[in-house]
Write a protein that binds this ligand. Structure first.
Ligand code: SF4
Length: 269
C-alpha cells in the first residue's frame, strides 16, 4: 500500500467513464506512447512545469508567459475526501469512481490503496486501463475492481509496437485472464484513420473479442484533434499532423461491421 501518489486531474460528475454519475481520478504516468493520445500531460510520472504563451488579441503586440505545474502529489485521504463528497450522487445514479490516466496501473500501490478505501465505503469502482501491466500486478487489484474499461487498439503486434511503443502480448494475455474470471469488462477502441480503422484490424479485433466470454459491449472512440494544443504547450512532437477525425459515415460503417459479431456497439463516451 502507498499513501500518496501523483494525480493530474479530478473530474466530478463524469458521465462517460462508466455507469451513472462518477468521479474520475486521473493518475499520472503511462508506459505507452500512443500517437493519438489526447492526454499527453498524463504520460510522465512526475509533475511537469509548462510555459504558456499568452497573447492579448486586441493589442496584437502584447504577449507574456505564465507557468503552470501539471500534476501534484495527493494522499489517499485527500482524494477520498473528494470522492466521499458525492456519495449521494453515486447512490442515486448507480455510479461510483473511475480511475484513469495515464495508465493507473503504473502507480500500482497507490491505486491499490485507493481501490481498497473505495470498497470499504461500498463505492462502485471502474478501472480505465490500457491493460499494460504484469499479470501479477493486475491480480493484486482485481478483487477491488467492479468494472474494467479496457482499451484495445491494434491486433497485429508489429503495428501495435510502432504506434504505441509497446507489444500487445501482455495486454491480450491480461484480457484473457479477466475473461476466464468472468470480470465485467467494457472494451473501448480508439478509431484512428489509417491506423486502427483498417478492415483487417477491425476484423481481427472483432474475432478476438468474440472469443472472450466477459464482453458484450464495445465503445468506439473516434479520433479527434483536441489534444493537439496540449502537445504545443508541452513542447512535444504531435505525430498525427495530417490525420483528420473519421467521418460520421465511416464510424457508422465500422459500427455495422462490428455489430455483425454480435456486440452492442456505441460510438463515443
Ligand atoms: S494508453 Fe492512453 S494514456 Fe497511455 S499513451 Fe495511450 S492513449 Fe495515452
Amino acid at each position: 500500500m502507498k499513501e500518496t501518489g501523483i494525480i493530474f486531474n479530478i473530474k466530478k460528475f463524469a458521465i462517460h467513464d462508466g455507469p451513472g454519475i462518477r468521479t474520475t481520478i486521473f493518475l499520472k504516468g503511462c508506459p505507452l506512447r500512443c500517437w493519438w493520445c489526447h492526454n499527453p500531460e498524463g504520460l510522465r510520472l512526475e509533475p511537469q512545469k509548462i510555459t504558456i504563451e499568452n497573447k492579448n488579441e486586441k493589442e496584437k503586440l502584447a504577449s507574456w508567459e505564465t507557468q503552470e505545474i501539471i500534476g501534484r502529489e495527493m494522499s489517499v485521504n485527500e482524494i477520498m475526501e473528494e470522492i466521499k463528497k458525492d456519495i449521494i450522487f453515486y447512490e442515486e445514479s448507480n455510479g461510483g469512481v473511475t480511475f484513469s490516466g495515464g495508465e493507473p496501473l503504473m502507480q500500482l500501490e497507490f491505486l491499490y490503496s485507493l481501490l481498497h478505501e473505495c470498497k470499504k465505503q461500498h463505492i462502485h469502482t471502474a478501472l480505465d486501463t490500457s491493460g499494460y501491466s504484469s499479470l501479477e500486478d493486475l491480480k493484486k487489484i482485481n478483487n477491488f475492481v467492479d468494472l474494467y474499461l479496457y482499451d484495445l487498439k491494434i491486433m497485429e503486434d508489429q503495428n501495435h509496437i510502432k504506434y504505441t511503443g509497446v507489444s500487445n502480448k501482455q495486454i491480450i494475455k491480461n484480457l484473457k485472464y479477466l475473461s476466464q474470471n468472468g470480470k465485467q469488462t467494457l472494451i473501448r477502441i480508439p478509431i484512428i484513420p489509417e491506423i486502427t480503422d483498417t478492415a483487417i484490424n477491425i476484423t481481427q479485433l472483432g474475432e478476438f473479442i468474440s472469443s472472450l466470454n466477459n464482453v458484450k459491449r464495445v465503445i468506439f472512440l473516434p479520433y479527434h484533434r483536441i489534444g493537439k494544443n496540449k502537445y504545443d504547450k508541452l513542447k512535444m512532437e504531435y505525430k498525427m499532423k495530417d490525420i483528420q477525425s473519421p467521418t460520421n459515415e465511416k464510424m457508422e460503417e465500422i459500427k455495422n461491421d462490428f455489430e455483425n459479431f454480435g456486440f452492442q456497439v456505441k460510438i463515443g463516451g
